[in-house]
Design a protein around this ligand. Sequence first.
Ligand SMILES: Nc1ncnc2c1ncn2[C@@H]1O[C@H](COP(=O)(O)OP(=O)(O)O)[C@@H](O)[C@H]1O
Ligand SMILES: [Mg+2]
Length: 398
Amino acid sequence: MEPLEQLAEALRRRLIARAREGEGVGLGGSTLVEEVRELVDAEVPALPEGERVSLCARVVRLATGLGPLEPLLADPGVDEVMVNGPGDVYVERAGRLERTALSFGSEADLMHSIERVLAPLGRRVDEASPLCDARLPDGSRVNVVIPPLALDGACLTIRKFRTSGFSLDELVANGTLPDALADFLAGCVAARAAVLVSGGTGSGKTTTLGALSGAIPDGERIVTIEDAAELQLRQHHVIRLESRPANVEGRGEVTIRQLVRNALRMRPDRIVVGEVRGGEALDMLMALNTGHEGSLTTVHANSPEDALRRIETLALMAGLGLPHAAVREQVASALDLVVHQARLPDGSRRIERVAEVVRAPGGAATRELYRLRRGKPFWRPPGGGELAARLGPVGAAA
Ligand SMILES: Nc1ncnc2c1ncn2[C@@H]1O[C@H](COP(=O)(O)OP(=O)(O)O)[C@@H](O)[C@H]1O
Ligand SMILES: [Mg+2]
């Protein structure tokens, strides 16, 4: 390394240390240039002015941003950036994966970029804690896995924050669901039906959850609970809660489940949980069955039936000792509607099935209301469960 480069590297480390201590400037902060100039002046006062200026420029380049990823992050057409080791960068554009020609100079360059992203957030990855999930100041979500867990080099996944979520109308416009189904679902949400959105990863569950939440009438008090805040509700009276992982010493974790329990003490009209993947399933079911109607959430599942089974399993695991039959009963009486969404091979998203939750001898079962068969919608009005009563004669005729 030439001396100038060494100096730049030393300064970069100091900037990261300062950012970690909360003194530094955030990513892209406007005072970064001044801060670097200060550091350079203090460290190498003897350097001629010309070299000092070029040193500053170099440190700023090293200390900010994501190097080769910058153009991707600035590109509004890119929804997700995926780095699989230094040589492999993929993006998702309009729902499709594309391999880019970009790469990092070396594994060390990639690790520097990762450090630069995490340091201002007070997070880090190292051999002892090689996994990290974080949210950037602009709302984008970042996940990092480094070796030895990642076998072919550090992986960085950035899901960019859309400045505005999709509304139901926008989902209709891009073909995710037909107009009539959007009206029906909005009517169900307004009538305080408990709706579960199911689908695979990236199928658009959170997006649909956000769009459905738009049908909650103004004036209701909404509490949203997420692992990483993604939902953007249009209503004014919204309280957003975000869970927290344990810190480096393994302390301070606050789970979705704790937040759900806490939310019940906040006089919510509606609780919207980004995704159910643990014991919170049981608390949501109990809340729904004790007067907190109309809550909305998502679950990772392959079908509406699978979604109910997943909720049942998660609730059973949380309430060890609860008889299976009791949990099934909770599921049957708590949930009203399952909306199942898929991501098609061409990258588009479709709501493929909508089913109402009905009581069956074994517990909860689904009764299909809507299905896309070879591109053609198949409809049936609700009738087998509590949904029809909730909607009244108008909604049921939809
Ligand atoms: N209906 C849709 N039409 C087009 N793009 C969508 C749609 N739903 C989601 N997306 C895009 O797909 C990505 C994943 O969506 P998200 O709702 O977070 O999925 P999930 O919660 O199922 O993992 C996001 O980048 C989002 O902008
Ligand atoms: Mg999601």
